[in-house]
Design a binder for this molecule. Structure first.
Ligand code: TPP
Length: 667
């Protein structure tokens, strides 16, 4: 049945006990009263920004009340009722709103942008839609653990236009994940009315396209929301599957308080005002004899006291004192990984690709909670055959073919991590990571700093040119991530390093971008320790030693440098293979430059904005007095990667590097 504005809110008591009804009432009254207080504080300049959920409380409260307390909820910016119904102490919420240390983000993020494992809430990032892929991962973890839990994620009718909506529901459908996708259809996305946002009559209709169940209910009727979610959850715990639940409601205030409501026809406020979820429920309960005017007053007085006490505590709190060291230290979860690369044990000859595959196999054996995800990685073994045979050994639950949904799958990696797993996401080609940038640079990279939640995800990135594959299968994009605080980046050049660094990446609870150059996969090999070993991040390798100059390189460029030095046997150079770009081993670079006085940085990435610029700048600032020549760098042409092999060769910096190297030597 289509829910329309004209339909009155019709409650049906069914068999609900008085106590349940009264608890629901107390729970829906609380966010309303908090919001009324916040609007007052906003006018007094004591709160900076407010996204109001007035008129929509039945959804937040009904959903949160229907779930078990240990089931994850991923709310949005109008879901105060989720936080209050989960029982978060108000002083902590108020501290959070004011950026005080007693909140959940130590002043690092605003209002509802926080999560808390203690209350099983995963707060939003501003980008809205990516939240839904994260819910997929949490639900996948539940399914793998067989803990019979459902996950609820919220989105608005505006957020539902984002690609993440499609990707995450599609993934949940294919994997039968127990996620309730709640769409709060409140008529507007900022100022954009529904008829400019979507064409469907009801969001429930979208479900058929995903092959799943979809329901549309009156979002202003708390009993309806509560019963629907309760019934769905009971059934989904036994029979895991996703469901779309549209809750039709209305946004009674502006997008946020400063933005006003001029664009909303006034009569809509009248119609929906009569359907107010708090007053209609209150009236119903009084008519049912469950609630009295006295009880209403008693509830109000108790909540008011709670609010006043909470505010007093929050206002009395000092603002966080900036401590630079602390800010930097809390970007990552602390970790210490041993260097066991000197491990004495048998070695076998491995190509680069064998080393990557071998490391993944050992990591899967060591970490029973590690889940591999990627396109075609299961029975097919991946396009490079790195996971060939993995399904037989580890099963399809842990070696998962994914639909073509980079963003949802990266989000799912984060969700798995939130719910106790480790994840590896393979980009089929590093180029395709652009489809999932938000998850990496906004979710993975920022969550530990924001609310102390690590993203235990390794993103494998088959990268680079040299295979005449053209602009979309050849790019170097490590610099996209290098400039984002909160990510670690490995980029090995040799099979041993590939293995030791990948195993370290899986031990590290922080997000790691792991670049593996496709042209190295089958072109180089060496003796590699057969057993498990790790190489800690942030330690470069001196591949060659000499006094004339320093070459700083990583990935395929290390091999170009070796080739150039082979052609010039009289040139004595320190060749530094960075091995990891973040953290960057500046100490090894500076020590060498101070010795040689001349340095060139070479990378395959295009020159402008490449990592070489940053390294050159660091060297200039820190080694200026030791330099006998300008700091030089070389990279690919500032164009897309061309397909034709001759054009590609010209694009790549190898020949220009060789010339520049000699110029520097003779400087
Ligand atoms: C990716 C992205 N684009 C734009 C915005 C700006 N923005 C914030 S909320 C919003 C409207 C969201 O509408 P809806 O999902 O319906 O939720 P509602 O605010 O109505 O609850 C917009 C456009 C954003 N936060 N993220």
């Amino acid at each position: 049945m289509m829910i329309t504005a004209e339909m009155p809110v019709k409650f049906d008591r069914r068999k609900h006990k008085d106590n349940t009804l009264l608890e629901l009432y107390a729970n829906i009254l609380k966010p309303r009263m908090i919001e009324e207080k916040m609007l007052l504080l906003l006018r007094q300049g004591k709160v900076s920004k407010w996204f109001s959920g007035i008129g929509q409380e039945a959804i937040s409260v009904g959903v949160a009340y229907a779930l078990d307390k240990d089931e994850y909820i991923l709310p949005m910016h109008r879901n105060l009722g989720v936080f209050t119904t989960r029982g978060i102490p108000l002083n902590r919420l108020f501290s959070q709103f004011q950026g005080k240390p007693g909140g959940f983000t130590q002043g690092r993020d605003r209002s509802f942008h926080f999560g808390t494992q203690a209350f099983k809430i995963v707060g939003m990032i501003s980008h809205l839609g990516p939240q839904m892929g994260v819910a997929d991962g949490i639900a996948l973890a539940s399914k793998l653990k067989k803990d019979k839990k459902v996950t609820v994620v919220f989105t608005g009718d505006g957020g539902a236009s984002e690609g993440d909506f499609h990707e995450s529901i599609n993934t949940a459908a294919v994997w039968d994940l127990p996620v309730i996708f709640v769409i709060e259809n409140n008529g507007y996305g900022l100022s954009t009315p529904s008829n400019e946002q979507f064409r469907c009559k009801s969001f429930a209709d979208k479900a058929i396209g995903y092959g799943i169940e979809g329901l549309s209910i009156d979002g202003n009727n708390i009993l309806k929301v509560y019963e629907t979610v309760k019934n769905l959850a009971e059934s989904m715990r036994e029979n895991p599957r996703p469901v779309i639940l549209e809750c039709v409601t209305f946004r009674m205030r502006g997008h946020e308080e400063a933005s006003g409501t001029k664009y909303v026809p006034k009569e809509l406020f009248d119609v929906w005002g009569r359907k107010d979820p708090v007053s209609t429920f209150q009236k119903f309960l009084i008519n049912e004899g469950v609630l009295t005017e006295e009880l209403v007053e008693a509830h109000r007085a108790a909540i008011k006291k709670d609010i006043d006490t909470g505010l007093e505590v929050a206002f009395a709190e000092q603002s966080p004192r900036p401590e630079t060291q602390k800010e930097l230290a809390e970007l990552f979860e602390p970790v210490s990984i041993a260097d066991t690369s000197n491990h004495i044990g048998s070695k076998i000859n491995m190509r680069f690709i064998d080393a990557v595959s071998n490391a993944m196999k050992l990591a899967m054996q060591k970490h029973s909670n590690l889940v591999l995800m990627g396109q075609d990685i299961a029975d097919y073994g991946g396009v490079f055959k790195i996971t060939e045979g993995f399904v037989e050994q580890f099963g399809k639950d842990r070696v998962r073919n994914t639909p073509l949904c980079e963003s949802a799958i990266l989000g799912a990696g984060f969700g798995l991590s939130i719910n106790g797993h480790k994840a590896m996401v393979e980009m089929q080609f590093a180029d395709f990571v652009s489809e999932g940038m938000t998850q990496i640079v906004n979710n993975f990279a920022k969550s530990h700093y924001r609310w102390n939640q690590n993203a235990d995800v390794v993103v494998r990135m088959p990268t680079g040119a040299g295979t005449a594959s053209g602009p979309f299968h050849s790019q170097s994009n490590e610099a996209w991530f290098f400039k984002t605080p909160g990510l670690k980046i490995a980029y090995p050049a040799f099979p041993s390093d590939a293995k030791g660094l990948l195993l370290a990446a899986f031990e590290d609870p922080n997000p790691v971008m792991y670049f593996e150059h496709k042209a190295l996969y089958r072109s180089i090999n060496e003796e590699v320790i057969e057993d498990y070993f790790t190489i800690p991040f942030g330690k470069a390798r001196l591949v060659k030693e000499g006094n004339d100059l320093t070459i700083v390189a990583y990935g395929l460029a290390v091999h170009w440098a070796l080739e150039a030095l082979g052609e010039n046997p009289d040139l004595g150079a320190d060749l530094i293979d960075l091995r990891t770009l973040a953290p960057l081993d500046t100490e090894t670079i500076y020590t060498s430059v101070k010795k040689t006085g001349k340095v060139i940085v070479i990378h395959e990435d295009t020159l402008t904005g490449g990592i070489g610029g940053e390294i050159a700048s660091l060297i200039t600032e820190n080694c200026f007095n030791y330099l006998d020549a300008p700091v030089m760098r070389e990279g690919s042409l500032d164009t897309p990667v061309p397909m034709n092999a001759d054009l590609e060769h010209n694009f790549l910096p190898k020949e220009r590097f060789k010339e520049k190297l000699l110029r520097l030597w003779n400087y």
